[in-house]
Each structure stands twice: as structure tokens, then as C-alpha cells.
Design a protein around this ligand. Structure first.
Ligand code: PMP
Length: 437
């Protein structure tokens, strides 16, 4: 640890001299990481950290099969999509095969933001409309178009409020929202009336929705698992007004939720457009949009869609390797089992620690909401807990409108021992934080 304390501050200072202050570093004492393997990160002093934050390195940090695929293809050829390439076509086929009908047409891009921007263009082309419905506290990306769809950005510090064409629907949060699963009936359907109300508002002004954007489970909003029936009902409102339903699977897709390969399957719906990102390339910039032939046709206006890097052969080989590893190492099943283990352990901790207000999640997408006197957000405790967990060698993050939700979204290769270790660490950290504040 001595070396970290020596070299990390100097590197942080060098970073500050050439980076904008708009960029941030995690943790009170930033980490200087030099290597990753499976669910572990190693810093410059050789200390090992259990990574429960990184939902990008899905099949584990620097997975040898993914690294080998990248190396092999980079050494042979990398070009753009205006040439035929076997692996690019094969990757699109494999991806589409994992999705339900009629999601059959694939576009490759380089980031989740780009995927959502393209989804927006597709929806606008298909409907001829401009207005978009989003969920409160949602985040869909850093491009201008996506900041405009992200209350998480436009309604928070530095934000400039919502564009006239964005309409914010109530977040179906069954723990702290207006309707609560432990008290109210028919919560999913009743939350979806907010979507219907926004559409009625639009219709009254002679407008109609181009799209409804939602993550299949909401991440930045505080790891929210929607109540049953919510998306089905919301989609009905949107479709009956001629809008397109977009599910953002950038964080939650590709087996993370365990019971299903995609998050939207938990809600028993099929979107018109699905956007994929983070885990597809296991850290390599690779993202995708998959839509229906019908929506895709509306985009064939005569204007070419060209994306220099999107869907290049190196990305495709990496994407294929990631899908192979998920299948061969049975990572979706592992996400389910390890998720159940963590949820069981976290619920035991909740019974002992009043600071834990709620434990929720699906597979390895888990949220622990910290609250005082029932449901008042314990934001300072969450920040302290994140640091206390880190001091014991594990990495988690916090998020949610009040930054009081512990986010747990580790690589899917997490083992039973890793989960036991984390639960012990969190138990100790809770005792320390409860005693200290
Ligand atoms: N959608 C969601 C749900 C995200 O969490 C993110 C990134 N945090 C994005 C889109 C944007 O992806 P990227 O950072 O790859 O542009």
C-alpha cells in the first residue's frame, strides 16, 4: 500500500494538468490500477481488489479468449463495414439469434450513447414524430441527444432542464416511489398510467410520441426492479399512440439478470428497438442497436448510414469471443446462482442492520438502499460505507437520486468464495459505519 500512496497522488496531479475537471475519479484516495483478472483488479503496489462495480468486463477482466481474439484479428485485418467480412456477418447473426422475433436487424456502433442516438433516429424516421418519453432519473448517454433524454443529467447539477420534446414519466420505484409494493395493489399497471398521461398531454398539443425509452431495470436511478406488468402496460400506451418502444440494455443485458438473457424478458415484453453496449466487447468499445425489419425499412431513406469504427472485424471477433465465453462458462446460470447467494446474504444483513432499507435485484444486478427511519435516504452513510468496503479490499459504487443506493454489478465470473468474501466485508463495514455516524 505504501507505493500506492506514493505514486497515485503524483499521477493524479499529472492527470489534472491535462484533463478537464469535468472528469472525476472514484474514491477518496483514487486507485492506480495496472492489471485485471477475472473479478479482481490489481493496483501498482500489487494489492488485489474484488471488483463489484465493473459491468463492462462481463466475462472477467482481460479474459484470455477475448484477448486472444482481439490480438489475432488485429494482427490480420481491420477495416470498415463497406467490405464483406465473415466474422462481422456471423456476429450480427449470433446476436440477433439471441433476441426474440421480430428483432432481426442489427447495426453496430461504438458506445451505448451512440446506440441510443441511433435508436432515436430510427424511432423518429419510423414515426415522423419528435417527442420522446423517458423515465425519471434515467441516464441514456453523454451525446447532446442523450443528455436531452437523461433526467439524471438535465435535472441535476450543471443541467439545463428538459428539452421541450422530452417528457418525463414517473419512475416505477416500488420501494420509495408514490406506489409501494408492500402497501399498494396493482403497482405496475398504476405506475404505467404516468406514460398514458404524458401521451394525453402530447395529444392535447397536437403531437404524438416518436419513442418511449427505458432501461429494462433502471441502473443510475438506483438499481430499480420494476413491478410486474409495468413495461407491458407502458408499451401498450406507447404503441396505441403510434410510438416505438426502446429498451436500453446497455447495463443489464447479456445474461446479467440470470433468469433471462435480456432484462426486458423479466417484464414479458418485446421492444421495437433494443440498445446494447458495455458488456458486448468486455471493455473494447462495441455497442449495437437491434430492431425490427419494419422500423429498419423506415430508415432506408436513401441516406447512407456509415460508422467508421462500428462493426469492424476486430470488434466482431471480440464480440464473438464474449458470446462464446458466456455460453461455454455458463455465465448466465452463474449470474443467477451468485445473484441468489448475494441476495440471501444481503437480506440476512438487512435483518441485522436497520441502515439497510431495501435489498433488490435480479442476478448480478443488485441494489442495497440505505435509509434512516424507514425510507429517508442515508446518503452520507452510503458514501462512508463505500469507503469502508474499499478499505477492506472490495469495490462498490453508490447511485440513485440521493446517492444512497449501493450498486453491485460485478463481472459474471464472480465465484461463491468471492460472494462470501464480499458479504463478510460488507458486514464489517456496516458495523463500522453504524458505530461512526
Ligand atoms: N445507457 C445506460 C443505461 C448507461 O448506463 C450508459 C453508460 N453508463 C449509457 C447508456 C451510455 O453508454 P456509453 O458510456 O458507452 O456511451
Amino acid at each position: 500500500a505504501a507505493r500506492v500512496r506514493k505514486d497515485a497522488p503524483a499521477l493524479a496531479a499529472r492527470r489534472r494538468s491535462t484533463f478537464s475537471r469535468a472528469l472525476s475519479l472514484s474514491y477518496r484516495e483514487p486507485l492506480h490500477l495496472v492489471r485485471g483478472e477475472a473479478a479482481y483488479l490489481y493496483d501498482s503496489s500489487g494489492r488485489r481488489w474484488l471488483d463489484l462495480v465493473n459491468n463492462v468486463c462481463h466475462v472477467g477482466h482481460s479474459h484470455p479468449r477475448v484477448v486472444e481474439a482481439a490480438h489475432r484479428q488485429a494482427a490480420r485485418l481491420n477495416t470498415n463495414t463497406r467490405y464483406l467480412h465473415e466474422s462481422v456477418v456471423e456476429y450480427a447473426r449470433r446476436l440477433v439469434e439471441l433476441l426474440p422475433d421480430p428483432l432481426r436487424v442489427c447495426f453496430f456502433v461504438n458506445s451505448g450513447s451512440e446506440a441510443n442516438d441511433l435508436a432515436l433516429r430510427l424511432a423518429m424516421a419510423h414515426t415522423g414524430a419528435q417527442d420522446v418519453l423517458v423515465l425519471d432519473h434515467a441516464y441514456h448517454g453523454h451525446l447532446t441527444s442523450q443528455i436531452g433524454l437523461s433526467p439524471y443529467k438535465f435535472n441535476r447539477r450543471g443541467g439545463r432542464g428538459k428539452p421541450d420534446t422530452t417528457h418525463v414519466c414517473e419512475l416505477p420505484d416500488p420501494f420509495r416511489g408514490r406506489l409501494r409494493a408492500d402497501r399498494d395493489d396493482d403497482v405496475g399497471r398504476r405506475y404505467a398510467t404516468s406514460v398514458g398521461e404524458r401521451i394525453t398531454g402530447l395529444t392535447a398539443r397536437g403531437r404524438r410520441p416518436a419513442a418511449y425509452f427505458a432501461e429494462s431495470l433502471q441502473s443510475c436511478g438506483g438499481q430499480i426492479v420494476y413491478p410486474d406488468g409495468y413495461l407491458r402496460e407502458a408499451f401498450e400506451h406507447v404503441r396505441s399512440a403510434g410510438g416505438v418502444c426502446v429498451t436500453d440494455e446497455v447495463q443489464v443485458g447479456l445474461g446479467r439478470v440470470g433468469r433471462h438473457f435480456w432484462g426486458f424478458e423479466l417484464q414479458d415484453v418485446v421492444p421495437d428497438i433494443v440498445t446494447l453496449g458495455k458488456p458486448l466487447g468486455n471493455g473494447h468499445p462495441l455497442a449495437a442497436v437491434v430492431t425490427t425489419p419494419e422500423v429498419a425499412r423506415s430508415f432506408e431513406t436513401g441516406m447512407e448510414y456509415f460508422n467508421t469504427f462500428g462493426g469492424n472485424p476486430v470488434s466482431a471477433e471480440i464480440g464473438l469471443a464474449v458470446l462464446d465465453v458466456i455460453r461455454d462458462e455458463r455465465l448466465q446460470a452463474n449470474a443467477r446462482q451468485r445473484g441468489e447467494q448475494l441476495l440471501r446474504g444481503l437480506r440476512r444483513l438487512r435483518d441485522r442492520h436497520p441502515l439497510i432499507g431495501d435489498v433488490r435485484g435480479e442476478g448480478l444486478f443488485i441494489g442495497v438502499e440505505l435509509s434512516l427511519d424507514g425510507r429517508r435516504p442515508a446518503s452520507a452513510h452510503a458514501a462512508a460505507l463505500k469507503e469502508a468496503v474499499k478499505a477492506r479490499g472490495a469495490l462498490i459504487s453508490t447511485d440513485g437520486p440521493d446517492d444512497n443506493v449501493l450498486k453491485i454489478k460485478p463481472p459474471l465470473v464472480l465465484t461463491e468464495t468471492d460472494c462470501d468474501l464480499f458479504l463478510d466485508v460488507l458486514g464489517d463495514a456496516l458495523i463500522e459505519v453504524e458505530a461512526g455516524i
